[in-house]
Design a protein around this ligand. Structure first.
Ligand code: SDX
Length: 391
């Protein structure tokens, strides 16, 4: 028995670690952050409050919330020398490559006098990362398109500031669209943490060696980039573009491709290692998608129509039904980001901005609870011992 939950011995044998941050029930489609259901948090909270909850374990009082929000606001700028990191990349470098490199490079600025055995210093590192990720992400986009970087503003909330740094330019006054800002905050919340997924496990494994938090988060960003994981949101949009229209035969052709074992094509945004039911985040994401597109008068957006038709047909297809393949968090997020005007090569960067709080909360939990170095074992399937041939 582990607190309120009991696990069968087989499951316990496979568990990578103990954690109290996020609970998932894949069969029932349940996701709890420190016990609170994701849909209730999405409807009533915001990304900064959720970040506090994930990091410290309880919802903040008004005073704790204002202090935490103020600390994040006051750490959003990056060291002016970090601008030079960007100049080392080709202009057409993928923003994930830039963000992965720059975040790892933060260690060069904040690592030397960092004692990670001290909870207070771990907390400062966490706040630095939560605060600087949107700034670094927006800088990677501005660098890509050859526009000047925007400094963060202290009068804007987390999501507004990100959109400002992304889209403001010196030639015109930037107006925050409240619908976009609310959708952006919702997307950050829905991607914040998800138990021991591939990138979080990467962060924990790197952290188990005692590596500094910036190097660990950079490792998590690298793992997230793959199309089977965080890269799926970008791949969903590319897939919807490739499908082209919501005609029956067209969609069925892609569903048949996804079922063809000889074809590596997978229906992006579908399936999950844990969820064998609807991903609860996908439901909230779909509602947000409808709200944003309706607000923009784009309810008949062709990509949305293709996505909804694809979902409907896939959920009736035996191959998907037998394998319990449902839409996951990435299926609708790209359509929202696309409607907000964010380019597809920034989608996984936004996932990384959001997931940083999950990664650093797991890293901090590991350090707070004590840990040993991670050392996965293998089933050896190679040669038995043999002698080197004598000449
Ligand atoms: C994320 O772990 C997390 O929590 C991740 C994440 C998070 O928040 O951190 O939730 C974020 O990564 C979501 C997943 C995003 N990826 C995609 O949408 C890419 C498309 N999905 C597939 O690549 C796949 O579903 C995975 C990678 C997500 C899961 O792969 P698994 O664990 O191998 O899937 P499975 O074991 O459940 O597959 C069962 C069967 C297999 O066929 P059989 O061998 O039984 O014949 O279903 C097939 C798979 O080939 N299958 C698919 C499919 N997903 C699984 N077939 C077609 N299209 C798909 N999308």
């Amino acid at each position: 028995d582990k607190g309120h939950f009991t696990y069968d011995p087989g499951f316990v044998a496979t568990a990578a670690c103990e954690s109290g941050i996020t609970y998932i029930d894949g069969a029932e489609g349940v996701l709890l952050h420190r016990g609170y259901p994701i849909d209730q948090l999405a409807d009533n909270s915001n990304f900064v409050e959720l970040s506090y909850l994930l990091l410290f374990g309880e919802l903040p009082s008004d005073e704790q919330y204002e202090t935490f929000k103020g600390l994040i606001t006051n750490h959003t700028m990056v060291h002016e020398q970090i601008v030079n990191f960007f100049k080392g990349f080709r202009r057409d470098a993928h923003p994930m490559a830039i963000v992965c490199g720059v975040v790892g490079g933060l260690a060069a600025f904040y690592h030397d006098n960092l004692d990670i055995s001290d909870e207070k210093q771990r907390r400062v590192s966490a706040i630095r990362l939560i605060a600087k990720m949107p700034t670094i992400a927006a800088m990677s986009y501005k660098y890509n398109i050859g526009q000047p970087f925007n400094y963060p503003r202290n009068d804007l909330n987390y999501a507004e500031n990100f959109l400002y740094m992304m889209f403001s330019n010196p030639c015109e006054e930037f107006k925050i669209n409240p619908v976009f800002a609310k959708a952006m905050d919702r997307i950050f919340m829905l991607h914040a943490d998800h138990e021991q997924n591939a990138s979080t496990s990467t962060v924990r494994l790197a952290g188990s060696t005692g590596a500094n938090p910036f190097a660990c988060i950079s490792a998590g960003i690298a793992a997230l980039w793959g199309p089977a994981h965080g890269g799926a949101n970008e791949a969903v949009l590319n897939m919807l573009d490739e499908i082209g229209d919501e005609s029956e035969e067209n969609i069925q052709r892609f569903i048949d491709k996804a079922k063809d074992k000889d074809d590596p094509f997978k229906l992006m945004g579908f399936g999950h290692r844990v969820y064998k039911n609807f991903d609860p985040r996908a439901k909230v994401m779909k509602e947000t998608c409808d709200e944003v597109l309706a607000e923009l008068g784009k309810a008949d957006d062709p990509k949305l129509k293709i996505a909804k038709r694809l979902e409907q047909i896939a959920l009736e297809d035996d191959y998907f039904v037998e394998r319990k393949l449902y839409p996951n968090v990435d299926f609708y997020s790209g359509i929202i980001l696309n409607a907000i005007g964010i380019p597809t090569n920034m989608f996984t960067v936004i996932f990384a901005v959001a997931r940083t709080i999950g990664w650093i909360s797991h890293w901090n939990e590991m350090h707070s609870n004590g840990f040993r170095i991670g050392r996965p074992r293998q089933l050896y399937i190679g040669h038995t011992q043999r002698d080197y041939p004598t000449k």
